[in-house]
Design a protein around this ligand. Sequence first.
Ligand SMILES: C[S@@+](CC[C@H](N)C(=O)[O-])C[C@H]1O[C@@H](n2cnc3c(N)ncnc32)[C@H](O)[C@@H]1O
Length: 542
Amino acid sequence: MLHTQHGADSEVDGHALALPVAIAGRLGALGAVDLRRRRGPGGGCPSLGGFLQRAPGLRRKGLAGRGAFGVGWRGHGAGLARTAAKASRLRPRASTAYARALSPNPASAADEGLDARRAALALVAAAGARRNGLDEALSAPGFSRLDTRDRGFARALAMTVLRRRGVLDRALGARLAKPPPEAVLDLLRLGAAQLWGMDTPRHAAVATTVELASRNPATRPFKGLVNAVLRGLLRDPAPEAPPEALAPDWLYARWRAAYGEAAAQAVAALIVEEPAADLTLRDAAEAPILAAELEAEILEGGSLRTRRHGDVTGWPGFAEGRWWVQDASSAIPARLLAAAAGEQVLDLCAAPGGKALQLAATGASVTAVDRSGARLKRLEENLARTGLRAEIVVADAADWADDRRFDAVLLDAPCTATGAFRRHPDALWATRPGDIGRLGELQARLLVSAAGRVRPGGRLVYCVCSLEPEEGEAQIEGFLADHPEFRLDPLAAHEAGAPSGAVTEAGLLRVLPHQRPGGTDGFFAARLVRLPGLAGDDNSGS
Ligand SMILES: C[S@@+](CC[C@H](N)C(=O)[O-])C[C@H]1O[C@@H](n2cnc3c(N)ncnc32)[C@H](O)[C@@H]1O
C-alpha cells in the first residue's frame, strides 16, 4: 500500500502535485465512483493512494474565469487572486506554500475569505448530516456572529453546493477512484461549487479550499488530494447538468414512477433555480398597491411574487405587517379551509406560522399548536408585527389534552419536505428512504388526532410539502377507509389559486413545482368534511 506524506509546500503548485499523480498512474484507471450512492467512511485516512481516479498532466494555464452555473458573487478571495496572478507572473513555478509564495503578507492572504468558507463548510456538513441540520446551523450562535458579508457569502456558497450537489458529485466521482471521507468530499464540493457555480476567482477557490483542508486535523492528510482534484477540475469545462443528475437517484426514480419522465425532469430542473420571493397579504384588497410598491406580480389566489433580493425587513410594508413571506403553494391549504370571522379554527403543527397568520387574517378565532416552542416564537413575533391574534399552545398534537371541537382544523403535518427543495435543497440530501415510512406513521397518527377535534359538520384540511404519494394521497385513502364519519370534499380546478393541472380528478391538490411559471413548492392537500351525527363522533383520537 502506498502512503504519502504531504508537507506544507504541497498545496497548489504544479510540482507539488506530482506525488499523488504518480501514485494514481501506478494504480491504473479504476471505474469512476458514484458519490451519490456511497457515503465516505467518515473517519480520517492518512493515505491518498487509490483516491485519485486519473491524473492528467498538469499545466499552469486556464486559471482565470468565472462561474459557469450563473451565480454571481464577487469579492471574497478576489484580493488573493489578484496577488496570486501578479506573483505568478513573477515566479511562474513557485513551489512554496500558496499563500507564502504569492503574498507579501502570508497570513492575511491565506486567511482572506476563510471564515466565510469555513462557515459554508459547516452549513454543508450540517445539511448532509441530518434533517433540519441546515436550519439549525444557520441559527447557531457561531453563524450569527459572522459579519454580514461573510454570512451572506457563506449562505450563498452552501446553497450553491446543495443546489448542484448531484452534478458536483458526478464530476468529482469521475476524478476519484473511491469516496474519501465525507468531510473531504464536502471540501471538494465547496471548491468545485466555487469553480463552476460562483464568481469566485479560480485561484482563490483552490487555494482557500486547500487551506481549509490543512487547518482541520481530520482533513489535513487529504490536502494533497483536494489540491490535485481541484486543479484537475480547473481544466474541465463546467459539467452538464441534466435534470436527472440534480436529485438523488432514488428520489428521482420515485418522481418518475409517480408522475412520469417528463414531469420528473421538469421538477428536477428547478433544483438549481433560485426561487423568487412570494408574499401573502394581510388584506387581499391591498394587492394592487403593494404589487406596485414591491415591483411584484399578483398570482392567482392573491399571493405576490417579487424578484427583489436581500433583507425583506427593509421592503415596503414589512414593518407595518402588511404581508409575510410564504410560497404561493404553501398559501393554498389555509384558503381551502375557508375560515370565516367568528369561527373556531385549529391550526395543528402551526409553526413558524404562515398558515396561522392567514387563518387569523380571516377574523376567525385561531388556536395554533406546535410542539416546538422555539418555532412558535417566530409566530408570536409575526403576530405582533401584523397585529393579528391567535392562541398559541406548545404541545404534541397527537396527545394534546384539550376536548374542544372546532369548526375547521388545518393539519400541516411534518413531512420529508421533498417539495420544498427550492428553498430547502438540503431536504433532498438529508432525507433517507426510510424517512418516508417513519414520517408516514406520524402523519397517520396526527391525522386521526386532528379528525377527532373537528365538530360534526366541520372541515378538515390535511397538507404536506412532500412530493411523495405515501405522505399525501395514501394518507387520505387510508384515513377515509377507516373513518366513515368523514368524506372527501373535492376541490374545484383552480380553487384557492391552485395552478393549472394541480387539482386531480378526485379533487385532491397535488401541486408539482413546475406547474407555475418560475416554479413553486410541491404541495399536497385534501379537504374532508365530518358528516353530522354519525357514529365515531367522539374525541378519542383513536
Ligand atoms: C411543515 S411544518 C409546519 C409549517 C406551518 N404550518 C406554517 O405554515 O408555517 C411542521 C411543524 O410540525 C411540528 N411538529 C412535528 N411533530 C409535531 C407533533 N407531534 N405535534 C405538534 N407539532 C409537531 C414541527 O415543529 C413543525 O413546526
